[in-house]
Design a binder for this molecule. Sequence first.
Ligand code: B1M
Length: 224
Amino acid sequence: MITKEKFYTFFRQGKIEEVKKLTQEALRDGESADIILKEGFIKAMDQVGNDFKNDEIYIPELLIAARAMHAGMALLKPILTQFSGIMAGKVVIGTVKGDLHDIGKNLVAMMLEGRGFEVVDLGIDVPSDKFIEAIQKHQPHVVGMSALLTTTMMQMKLTIQSIKQAGFKNRVKFIVGGAPVTGTFAQEIGSDGYAPDAASAVDVVKLLISGSPDLIPKLHQTCV
Ligand code: B1M
């Protein structure tokens, strides 16, 4: 059974090879990539975040933990993104300007790819004009934004406003997410949807693309 403890220890110590080995062993033992992610990686990283909040660790330790988690995620990526079927739609995604956190955004992108969406990932610290350029170039159905800091949440509002003002008001739908973001906040800033985690982000994107009006009220409720 997967528990966060070993991953937490290896994340804290930045033990990349051990994280890889543990992940491979779990997969060999028949654990699903989803469970390894949720019960192992995400819970372990939450604990690392608490240590940081409690001043037990500092930025360098956060960075080495993130690097270790990335190494594990690289092993899960081929499984989470496996898909053979018709393209479900196109999503442009990025972490907003001023924000360098990308683990959660990467997970959302992986889950979407795994469910048949074409994903254009703009990376981190993405200003609104980069989102606009990408919309012009790739013509996505949905634009996804991630923010992990209370100070960068408002950048989502500015980005949505800029995209709408650039003439894409009725041409793309928006989904936002990230630890400090809520359904209420999403609604306030004019986002069409919000998801608290990567799996529900896929469901919300599907609802946004299907455009069924009776489903739309659910897009924020799932999450408030
Ligand atoms: Co930073 N950091 N960090 N950090 N960091 C947090 C977010 C923090 C909560 C830690 C804490 O105090 N407990 C805190 C924010 C406090 C606040 O704003 N209220 C914080 C801080 C303060 C900072 C700095 C300001 C520290 C400093 O410099 N003094 C600094 C800011 C840098 C910047 O961005 N400008 C900073 C830096 C960093 C590192 C670079 C060192 C590193 C990030 C490395 C990287 O991402 N490559 C880092 C890390 C690792 C964290 C924590 C520990 C872990 C974040 C993470 O990856 N979680 C984090 C504490 C925490 O969250 N517990 C913390 C795992 C990930 C899977 O979860 O990203 O929430 P998450 O994604 C979830 C959902 O939120 C959702 O789905 C994902 C999967 O289910 N989701 C979406 C995310 N995006 C979505 C988009 C969607 C839908 C759902 O639709 C598009």
